[in-house]
Design a binder for this molecule. Structure first.
Ligand code: GLU
Length: 438
């Protein structure tokens, strides 16, 4: 997984970009790079390896830059070599680009820019983008992105800056690679994940798929790709604190998160048992619809699927409903047969798991009711579902899931109990007893 960060504002930004990249290190990567605008020129440094090495390479240089972007790369197209590390510059040095994701049609795009006279320095898919943008650029980055975007197939989030627009970063995304904007005092941040700038601001705005976000120190403007008036986007207060992105005295994030399980489970169950009653607010189905469910299909990937396997036992045992748990990446290619009374539970910690999202879309197209179980407010699965049940585990940084896994099981336990209750399979006092036990 790669990480992206960008900054525009009054501060010297080199170190805050490097710090942000370090905060994204937990995601794993193989190379890293930075580009800074200084004295009217785009200055770039890149390396294979850690952010600490990049920091050494950059040294005391570019200390006055107030516009910049950084990247940690997880190679998909082109080997792990410095020439393939992001950011990429246009041949005239005017534009810089970095990306998280993949261009599926990169062979065609690379051939096209090469035929148009651009020299390719790397073996990546991403580099084609900077040359396409260079051809489309007439002094307005938003317009250039608008022209190039329809040419791009795949899934991606990218940032672009120009030496001719010294306080501006423009970005867009398609499919699941995330982008989040941070609003400071006359300064703006953008990153793939909140921890990258959470020590600087907690005021955030989410970037929707297929729109252009235009960052200036004074704020972000969200433009529809097709043109027309800018859309309003609420500024939200991030619900995570910076402590969650730090290890708090533990040797690893994973160890810290293992110890956070009692709290994660308690918060997940929390309000849902009140006055001796079980409430599943947000589930998006009426009690009558839930009582009428004939089959449950749990779709998820990896650890979330394992939580689903536990959920299957509970739903079958308590609610007496036929339940399957299937890996989303396989299920989406089957010709699954649905009854309109099938309930699909889609579980994704991050809410961005591509195969789970695709499975949800399919299930809804075929008429099933889909409920997302996720840990991240406003994430992609929440927009693709009829209802959402949140685990309340807080940000999970460890790649091997711990507290989110147990919180998912806690939540599935509540779903099983609610289904059992509505179908008169468990008496209220037994539900209350299990609730107390939890
Ligand atoms: N596909 C791009 C590359 O290999 C970006 C990979 C990433 O998301 O880090 O350079």
């Amino acid at each position: 997984m790669c990480g992206i960060i960008g900054y525009t504002g009054p501060q010297a930004c080199k170190n805050l970009i490097l710090d942000g990249l370090e905060r994204l290190e937990y995601r794993g990567y193989d190379s890293t790079g930075i580009v800074l605008l200084e004295d009217g020129e785009l200055r770039r440094d890149r390396t294979v390896g850690k952010v600490a090495e990049l920091r050494q390479i950059v040294g005391d240089n570019h200390s006055s830059a107030r516009l910049g972007m950084g990247h940690t790369r997880w190679a998909t197209h082109g080997g792990v070599e410095t020439r393939n590390a992001h950011p990429f510059l246009s041949n005239d040095g005017r534009l810089a680009v970095l990306m998280n994701g993949i261009f599926e049609n990169y062979v065609e795009l690379r051939a096209e820019v090469s035929a148009n006279g651009h020299e390719l320095e790397s073996a990546t898919d991403t580099e084609a983008l900077v040359h396409l943008l260079a051809d489309a650029y007439e002094g307005d980055l938003v317009e250039a992105v608008r022209r190039v975007y329809p040419r791009l197939e795949g899934h991606f989030a990218f940032l672009v800056m120009s030496r001719d627009e010294p306080d501006r970063i423009v970005a867009t995304r398609l499919a699941w690679p995330p982008l989040v904007v941070g609003k400071g005092e006359s300064e703006m941040y953008i990153a793939s994940f909140l921890p990258a700038f959470l020590d600087r601001t907690r005021q955030v705005q989410h970037v929707e798929e297929g729109e252009i976000v235009d960052l200036r120190p004074t704020g972000a403007t969200f433009w529809p790709m097709a043109g027309g008036a800018a859309v309003d986007r609420a500024v939200e207060e991030a619900d995570a604190s910076i402590e969650v992105a730090e290890k708090g005295g533990y040797e690893t994030f994973m160890l810290k998160e293992i110890h956070e399980q009692p709290r994660a489970i308690a918060d997940t169950i929390g309000e849902r048992f009140r006055d001796g009653q079980l409430h599943l607010d947000g589930v998006g189905l009426t009690d009558a619809e839930l009582a009428d469910v004939q089959r449950v299909l749990i779709v998820a990937c990896g650890t979330a699927l394992h939580a689903g396997l536990v959920g299957r036992y509970l739903i079958e045992e308590w609610a007496g409903i036929a339940t399957e748990a299937d890996v989303a990446s396989e299920w989406r290619y089957r010709h699954a047969v649905f009854d309109p009374r099938t309930l699909v539970l889609a579980i994704s910690q991050s809410g961005e798991t591509a195969d789970t999202l695709a499975a949800m879309q399919l299930a809804r197209e075929r008429g099933a009711k889909v409920v997302a179980i996720t840990n991240v407010m406003g994430s992609a699965v929440t927009r693709a579902a009829d209802g959402v049940l949140y685990t309340r585990a807080g940000l999970e940084i460890g790649v091997a899931s711990s507290k989110c896994f147990t919180a998912q099981i806690a939540l599935l336990t509540l779903v099983a109990l609610r289904l059992a209750e509505l179908r008169w399979r468990l008496p209220a006092d037994r539900v209350a007893e299990i609730g107390r036990g939890l």
